[in-house]
Design a protein around this ligand. Structure first.
Ligand code: HEC
Length: 145
C-alpha cells in the first residue's frame, strides 16, 4: 500500500514536470546543474589545497569529477537555450568558434588536472591554476555577472 502511494506520487510529480517544464528551461536548468556539480568539485579542491581540511587523498576524486563532467559542455548549450532564466550570454551562439576553443581548453585543462592528481603538489598546483583560468576565461566573456 505504501509503495502504491509512493508510486502514485512519483507519477504525478513526473507528469507535472513533463507538462510544466518548458523544454528550453529544462535545458537551461540541466546546464546549470552540470556547472553546479563542477563548481562543487572546484570548491572542494580549494578547501583541500588551502589545507582547511586534511583530505589530500580526495584530490583525485574531485579532479576526476571535473574531468568526467567537462565534456558535457559540448552538448549543454543547444540553440535556443539562451532564452529564459539563464546567465548564458547570446555571444555563445554568435561566436561559436571562440566559444568552442574556450570550451576545448577547459576540457583539456580538466584532463590535465586529472593526470596531475596523485602526483606531487608542485605539479598539481599549476594544473589547478590553468584549469581555474579556463573557467574564468569563459565566464568573463560568456556569462552574465
Ligand atoms: C566554455 C564556457 C565555460 C567554462 C569553461 C566554464 N563555465 Fe561555468 N558557466 C558558463 C556559463 C555560460 C554559465 C551560465 C549557465 C546558465 O546560467 O545557463 C556558467 C555557470 C556556472 C556556474 C553557476 C551555475 C548556476 O547555478 O547557475 C558555476 C558554479 C560555474 N559555471 C562554475 C564553473 C567552473 C568551476 C568552471 C571551471 C572548472 C567553469 N564553470 C567553466 C560557462 C563556462
Amino acid at each position: 500500500m505504501k509503495h502504491a502511494a509512493a508510486f502514485g506520487a512519483l507519477t504525478i510529480l513526473l507528469g507535472g514536470l513533463a507538462v510544466s517544464a518548458h523544454a528550453d528551461q529544462g535545458a537551461i536548468e540541466y546546464r546549470q546543474a552540470v556547472f553546479q556539480a563542477i563548481g562543487g568539485h572546484m570548491t572542494a579542491l580549494v578547501r583541500i589545497v588551502r589545507r582547511e581540511v586534511p583530505h589530500t587523498d580526495d584530490l583525485a576524486v574531485h579532479a576526476a569529477g571535473i574531468a568526467d563532467l567537462a565534456p558535457l559542455t559540448e552538448h549543454i548549450f543547444p540553440e535556443g537555450s539562451g532564452d529564459g532564466r539563464t546567465d548564458a550570454l547570446p555571444a555563445i551562439w554568435n561566436n561559436p568558434d571562440d566559444f568552442s576553443q574556450r570550451r576545448d581548453a577547459f576540457i583539456e585543462a580538466a584532463e590535465g588536472l586529472r593526470n596531475a592528481a596523485g602526483g606531487p603538489m608542485n605539479q598539481f598546483m599549476p594544473a589547478f591554476q590553468t584549469l581555474g583560468g579556463t573557467c574564468q576565461g569563459c565566464h568573463d566573456n560568456y556569462r552574465a555577472d
